[in-house]
Design a protein around this ligand. Structure first.
Ligand code: DX5
Ligand code: ZN
Length: 223
């Protein structure tokens, strides 16, 4: 299948949020990635459901909400009401992960699980068939603009094998430090979705950056 591009709004200009979302609407992007951080599960605080609701009001693309928060189960309905289409929770933040996934699905959203760089993909072996998305963190979550951890490539191949062996449907999404310098390798290892924050929003031409990630190998582009 053709891969998906999910620009991460965390790297946008929050003084011009509507303008930056419209840029993404008019680009070749497939989803809009939205990072929620609580200053507890991760060291940084980003924004909560009220801002997600504003983002939803402007976005034409599905909202791919990535919760980097403790006790995510408690906020599933809140983020559904805010407009999340996909809701991903961290394996490391869930004591009853199966229950949380069922909660997300019964609220009508696609359910995702996210794994920190130190978490082995075998941790999700027993719920692989229940999820729509697996996010492999290729940086330690909390901040945009960090360096891609190359060990992730092996994790992608291993997870691809696990998914294919079970004929499961989960998409593999890679989050952190993704750009034109490594996108091809990530996709070759078996990823389906590329999240891109800094490599899109800090680019001279963000629309072009999205286009290039979507059409890897095609070097002649429109202005
Ligand atoms: C990191 C977030 C990422 C971040 C990616 O904690 O989960 O989604 O926005 O940003 P870049 O692409 O700049 O690493
Ligand atoms: Zn993210």
């Amino acid at each position: 299948m053709a891969h998906f591009i999910a620009p991460s709004i965390l790297s946008a200009d929050f003084g011009h949020l509507a303008r930056d979302i419209e840029m993404v609407n008019d680009s070749k992007a497939d989803w809009l990635h939205v990072d929620v951080m609580d200053g507890h599960f991760v060291p940084n605080i980003s924004f909560g459901p009220a801002i997600v609701k504003e983002i939803k009001n402007h976005s034409k693309l599905p909202l791919d909400v990535h919760l980097m928060i403790s006790n995510p189960d408690q906020y599933v309905e809140t983020f559904r009401e805010a407009g999340a289409d996909h809701l991903s929770v961290h394996v490391e933040a869930c004591t009853h992960l199966h229950r949380t996934i069922q909660n997300i699905k019964s609220n009508g959203m696609k359910a995702g699980v996210a794994l920190n760089p130190h978490t082995n993909v075998l941790e999700i072996e027993d719920i692989l068939e229940d999820v729509d998305i697996v996010i492999l963190m290729s940086v330690n979550p909390g901040f945009g603009g960090q360096k891609f951890i190359y060990r992730t490539i092996e994790k992608i191949s291993k997870l691809r094998q696990m998914i294919d062996d079970r004929n499961a449907k989960a998409l593999i999404e890679i989050d952190g430090g993704v750009g034109l310098q490594n996108a091809e390798r990530i996709l070759q290892a078996g990823a389906d979705v590329l999240v891109a924050g800094n490599s899109v929003f800090k680019a001279e031409n963000p629309t072009l950056a999205i286009y290039s990630l979507k059409n890897l190998g095609i070097k002649t582009l429109y202005a």
